[in-house]
Design a protein around this ligand. Structure first.
Ligand code: GL4
Length: 820
């Protein structure tokens, strides 16, 4: 090879023939090349931040090449591609994940160490890309990783929010939100493609006319926003592929309102500019809940319209036709947020590519599929008709026509059953219903755990399911375990490699090779020693952040997830106070020391959730400062829960709290991450807990509480929370209203006991309390027997393989997207 070529050129050259250009890399040479190009320096005189950027840029360039070669191969073979549309991708950090996937981690660690840099310090510079709220957004990222690792051509589409999920600080016991300016450092992962910007039209009105006997429709008098794509490359473990996550950023068109400038109205022109660009400014911070805000609708349409336009353009360039779209393209709607795909694809086919309604509808239905992620009624998206029509007049007229035809069809299927027909309509009661839009069109609809899919089939989507049951299926969620186990718990991973070999790195089901060791005392002791190390690491972080000393020999009982009433963090903290009272009453009793660790963000406007955080913080102050209970009980609330914090907490967990009221948690994925790291679940039979239970059996999980059907039955009979209050529980509630916690939580107690705020105790916290306390006693009893607990932990690790996102993505590919 020509000596004058730099590493970048060499990589380019190699990649033409080799899908693994990473194998030819010389880390030091590559870093020096990049440093020289970007900063005019070399490793010897670079700063840590320069090294960080140079390393990221080198990795990005490598992935760019991989993606180009992979893309060309897919085009040559005319492979079907999948486009994953999601308003959220909770990417987390990228650097370590990419190096790990490319098999370059160890080499770069060494090269940097030789130059006097600690790669872990460089990883710490890498910011979380927090472009999502919680499970739904993280799932999208896990699926991108898995698809790439399995060489599936998959492109993610989302929004380049300037501010991702807010940073959380607790100030005087109350959650405060601060902007997350992730692009300051995170921009290094993004590659802008200004030339591929796409026009997206808002407002105006619909005009119809005849053009040489053809009926034409168009939107006129609109205002344009340009959507500029930014590529983030996604690596997959040990794979030929690299895929792209395309993030759209809103910009005003260059030519916009020049008139205002020439009139000298400079300020107004710039104001409008800023208005357009607010579309991609910030992520809406509500999970499992909607706010019918105009800006949010604009975000959704920006994503959908820009993505579909670019998909169609690429498709036409390849095939010179759109009629084969369903054979070559699968477009997935991740929850209803991108449901505008249905009318927008129709609009593009009809208005811009001259299709008739029936053919356009056939193509649309066969191309689109939809995942439902929640049954919470406050999360079912509905848009006010006036708002919708004002912003998207043409899309609205298409929705009307979809609805007209749908109702015509339903009248034939369910004659005179107006209740049902109204329930199934796309437009009714002055609202556009996004779930029904998906149900009316998509060729496949799936839930995310067995129980959740049953609830869709027999509950909220029953009427649609009756007509076309073959469209409905389950794909239980999965996690990118190479991030959540292999990268976040290197100690356990190295140990497993020695013990059972490295097969599990390719196939998570190989973790079952651990099972034969379940009675091996040495292995059990080793596993506990590793857990203890991870607990020490977390204890150090807690001491550093919260100034609280926790005992790594205590049970680390962990609840980390969004703060939501249905997830019942309140049940957990009430039980903690209940334990507190027990210890106070009997300070010399035999008590298994425990540390309860919480981390959770509450949506900014969700006051009840913020009150629950305050209660946790207040309880931790009282308990952690009480010398009577000090070595027995600790409570910690860790601020600013995010992917990178989860990666430190999860390996240190003994107990995984999955205690939602049965029937409400669609799946949960934190439950899987904790399980694969050896935590034992205490949980209700909700979401994927049901399948975790199936895997590990009664012996290796702590189940409690009502089952989903029992919850329903209790509602039917009439739920009276006061009937479930014992004197001990009453005493706990009294603590909340007495002021001993430094403040009073009357609202929270009211919400449990009275129906001043609607239903009393809508998530049946009190009904499940006694059985939860019983299950917690079981936890303490079992933990006394270290070996027995270690065995439970081992079995949880061994049986977690099924929850790999590789398995889940393969099911999507085979049963929904029809990929080869
Ligand atoms: C969620 C569900 O609440 C959660 O149970 C599920 O695991 C996740 C991914 O399917 O989707 N739905 C919404 S909305 N937010 C979620 O996290």
């Amino acid at each position: 090879m020509n000596k004058k070529q730099n590493s970048k050129q060499k990589i380019q050259k190699l990649a033409e023939n080799d899908a693994r250009p990473e194998r030819a890399i010389q880390p030091t040479e590559l870093l020096n090349d990049t440093l020289r190009r970007i900063f005019g320096c070399e490793l010897a005189d670079a700063t840590q931040k320069q090294v960080y950027r140079a390393l990221c840029i080198s990795v990005r360039e490598l992935l760019t090449e991989k993606n180009r070669v992979f893309g060309n191969r897919c085009t040559e073979k005319e492979r079907k591609e999948v486009y994953y549309m999601s308003m959220e991708f909770l990417v987390g950090t990228s650097l370590r994940n990419n190096l790990f996937n490319l098999g370059l981690e160890a080499e770069f660690r060494k090269a940097l160490a030789d130059a006097g840099f600690d790669i872990d310090e460089i990883y710490a510079i890498d910011p979380d890309a927090g472009l999502g709220n919680g499970g739904l957004g993280r799932l999208a990222s896990c699926y991108m990783d898995a698809a790439t690792g399995m060489d599936y051509p998959m492109t993610g589409f989302s929004i380049r929010y300037e501010f991702g999920i807010f940073k959380q600080k607790i100030v005087d016991g109350w959650q405060m939100e601060f902007p997350d300016n992730w692009l300051e450092m995170g921009d290094v992962w993004l590659q802008a493609r200004e030339d591929d910007a796409v026009e997206v039209k808002f407002g105006g009105e619909v005009r119809e006319w005849m053009d040489n006997d053809r009926f034409k429709v168009a939107q006129v008098g609109y205002s344009s926003v340009m959507a500029v794509p930014y590529d983030m490359y996604i690596s997959g473990y040990d794979s030929d592929a690299a895929n792209r996550l395309v993030l759209w950023s809103a910009k005003l068109p260059q030519s916009f309102d020049m008139a205002a400038f020439s009139r000298g109205d400079y300020v107004r022109a710039l104001e409008r500019n800023a208005m357009a660009e607010t579309i991609s400014k910030v992520l809406y911070p509500a999970d499992d809940h909607i706010q019918g805000k105009r800006l949010r609708l604009k975000q959704q349409y920006l994503l959908v319209s820009a993505s579909l336009q670019s998909i169609l353009k690429k498709h036409y360039k390849k095939y010179r036709t759109y009629t084969n779209l369903p054979e070559k393209v699968a477009i997935h709607i991740n929850d209803t947020h991108p449901a505008l795909c249905v009318p927008e694809l129709m609009r593009l086919l009809i208005d811009e590519h001259d299709f008739g309604w029936d053919e356009a509808w056939d193509i649309t239905c066969r191309t689109l599929s939809y995942t439902n992620h929640t049954v919470m009624s406050e999360a079912l998206e509905r848009w006010n008709v006036d708002l919708f029509r004002e912003q998207l007049p043409r899309v609205y007229s298409i929705c009307q026509e979809i609805n007209r035809r749908l109702i015509e069809h339903l009248c034939a299927v369910y004659p005179n059953d107006w209740g049902k027909i109204n329930y199934m309509a796309v437009i009714a009661n002055n609202e556009v219903r996004m779930a029904n839009l998906c149900l009316a069109a998509c060729h496949k609809v799936n839930g995310v755990s067995k129980l959740h899919t049953d609830i869709l089939r027999n509950g909220i989507f029953r009427d649609y399911c009756q007509i076309t049951p073959e469209r409905f299926l389950n794909v239980t969620n999965g996690i990118a375990y190479r991030r959540w186990l292999c990268q976040s718990d290197p100690l356990l991973t190295d140990y497993l490699k020695q013990l059972i070999g490295g097969d599990f790195l390719r196939d998570a089901r190989a973790l079952e090779k651990l099972l034969p060791y379940q009675n091996d005392e040495k292995v059990l002791a080793d596993l506990m020693a590793i857990k203890r190390k991870n607990k020490e690491r977390l204890a150090a972080l807690i001491e550093n952040q919260n100034g609280v000393r926790v005992d790594p020999d205590s049970i680390f009982d962990i609840q980390i997830k969004r703060l939501h009433e249905y997830k019942r963090q309140l049940l957990n903290i009430l039980h903690v106070l209940y334990l507190y009272r027990q210890i106070k009453a009997n300070p010399h009793g035999d008590f298994m020391p425990r540390t309860f660790i919480f981390a959770a963000k509450a949506s900014a406007g969700y006051i009840r959730a913020k009150q629950i955080i305050s209660l946790i913080v207040a309880a931790s102050k009282l308990i952690n400062n009480d010398p009577d209970v000090n070595d027995k009980l600790k409570v910690v609330f860790l601020e600013d829960y995010k992917v990178s914090l989860a990666e430190i907490i999860i390996p240190a967990a003994d107990i995984s709290e999955q205690i939602s009221i049965a029937g409400k948690e669609a799946s949960g994925t934190g439950n899987m991450k904790l399980m694969i790291n050896g935590a034992v679940t205490i949980g209700t039979l909700d979401g994927a807990n049901v399948e975790i239970h199936e895997q590990v059996g009664d012996e290796n999980i702590f189940l409690f509480g009502m089952k989903a059907h029992e919850v329903e039955e209790l509602w039917q009979r009439g739920y009276h929370p006061t009937e479930f209050i014992t004197p001990e529980l009453q005493a706990v509630l009294d603590m909340l209203t007495s002021g001993v916690l430094g403040q009073r939580f009357d609202d929270l107690v009211d919400s449990l006991l009275t129906n001043r705020f609607g239903t009393a105790d809508p998530y049946m916290t009190l009904a499940d309390f006694q059985d939860y306390a019983r299950a917690q006693r079981d936890v303490a009893a079992v933990y006394q027997d270290k070996q027995r607990f270690a065995r439970m932990s081992l079995i949880n690790i061994a049986k977690a393989g099924i929850f790999s996102s590789d398995r889940a993505v393969k099911e999507y590919a085979d049963e929904i997207w029809n990929l080869d």
